[in-house]
Design a protein around this ligand. Structure first.
Ligand code: ATP
Ligand code: MG
Length: 384
């Protein structure tokens, strides 16, 4: 069987002059995704991306991988055949025979992108539908709510027959939205935030703060595992690991306990800001969410980002925890996120954190530290 994967472009079709660039990115991202499965000839034509296997390969795995590539609203597996009405009919039987046996009702829907094809799309649907009905007399034609729709597309190079499409990953191709540095913890939220920004086309540079020996090697491994899972959607993610122990101890020893969390976050912001600038990122991303914890009140968020000049994006700001968990389960990060390893945030948690920290108080507390030197020292030790 001459199987092929088709990706239908989503929002890309709304793009104007830069559409070509978006399509090229979608094609190269699909290439990367399918590379471990086999060799494919991949190209884009008429708002559709085609992936033709160049030899034996696992087409179910290929369809699954195609469904993780942002920029397509549908992914489907189709059988290619010659542009001839009887070849199309034969292909429908060979490809969808089992489903045709099982369905109670059906319809045939044709699209004719190749205007040189001698039949109109309605005529072609009627021709193939008539033959299928004769062959499977139990099938009731139903134009409105059929069990099975047999789709035919007559395109430039060939005709294609397919059943119902599966949903694509949506969004825009990774790489078309620039680069952003994301603060990635081992929790539930920040991996979802990374996924959501990648879905809007952003190439994410993940940054993780690590407080050895207060947090274990296992907690770092957990973050690397999360990055690997996210890599399926986001492209390879190389996590920048920032040693954070010295900074946390300095804050603990010199600043009021109630401000520990907000000051610690500000150091995370400063360092991520420096990494972002070096990596030519246009913004920072966090998994913060309004009202979830004391450090995520509007006042605390404002003080947190005051020390960086790049914009800070928080894609989960208005999500309920349940909604975040639903996405985490869908993308496969949840089970790793709930493994019980400490994060540096939980190492020196104040008993009574200030929910409405005042910037003046925070600046006064920070004046007891040499912030620039601490940031510089951490930057020298960043590894990946
Ligand atoms: P998450 O599930 O993402 O850890 P959370 O609800 O536990 O979120 P916090 O621990 O308050 O929230 O962290 C808020 C945000 O700060 C995280 O979403 C993440 O972006 C960032 N962050 C926290 N800890 C770290 C860390 N160790 N390394 C990098 N970023 C971190
Ligand atoms: Mg956390």
């Amino acid at each position: 069987m001459n199987d092929i994967i088709l990706l239908k472009q989503g929002e890309l079709v709304l793009k104007g002059l830069n559409r070509r660039e978006f399509e090229a990115r979608l094609v190269s991202n699909l290439k990367r995704s399918l590379a471990p499965i086999g060799e494919f000839n991949i190209y884009c034509m008429q708002s559709t991306v085609y992936a033709e296997p160049q030899g034996e390969c696992d087409m179910s795995a290929a369809l699954e991988a195609a469904g993780t590539v942002f920029g397509a609203n549908a992914a489907l597996r189709a059988a290619a055949c010659g542009k001839d009405k009887d070849a199309i009919y034969e292909t429908a039987i060979a490809y969808l025979g089992e489903q045709l046996e099982e369905a109670k009702s059906f319809k045939v829907e044709s699209k004719r992108a190749d205007k040189n094809f001698p039949m109109g799309s309605i005529e072609l649907s009627q021709y193939v539908g008539g033959l299928l009905h004769r062959r499977y007399p139990h099938l009731k034609p139903d134009m409105h709510n059929p069990d099975l729709t047999v789709n035919i597309e007559v395109r430039e190079l060939a005709a294609y027959v397919h059943g119902p499409p599966s949903p694509g990953a949506g969004g825009l191709p990774v790489g078309t939205g620039g680069k952003m540095a994301a603060l990635l913890s081992g929790g539930i939220d920040s991996p979802v935030a990374v996924y959501m920004m990648a879905k809007r086309g952003v190439k994410v540079v993940p940054v993780h703060f690590f407080s050895h020996p207060y947090t274990s090697e296992m907690s770092k491994e957990k973050v690397l595992t999360l990055a690997k899972i996210l890599g399926v959607y986001c492209g390879d993610l190389r996590v920048r690991i920032v040693p954070f122990t010295h900074i946390q101890e300095e804050i603990r020893d010199n600043c009021p306990e109630s401000l520990l969390t907000v000051i610690m976050r500000r150091f995370m912001m400063r360092i991520t800001g420096s990494i972002a600038e070096a990596a030519k990122c246009t913004a920072l991303v966090t998994g913060e969410n309004l009202g979830q914890v004391a450090s995520q009140t509007p006042e605390a968020l404002a003080v947190t980002q005051q020390c960086v000049s790049l914009p800070v994006f928080r894609p989960l700001i208005a999500f309920d925890k349940r909604e975040i968990v639903d996405v985490a389960r869908k993308i496969g990060t949840y089970e790793t996120s709930i493994l019980p390893y400490e994060d540096c945030c939980t190492v020196f948690t104040p008993r009574r954190p200030k929910t409405k920290p005042r910037l003046d108080d925070v600046l006064e507390a920070e004046s007891r530290l040499d912030a620039d030197a601490l940031v510089e020292e951490a930057m020298l030790l960043v590894s990946s």
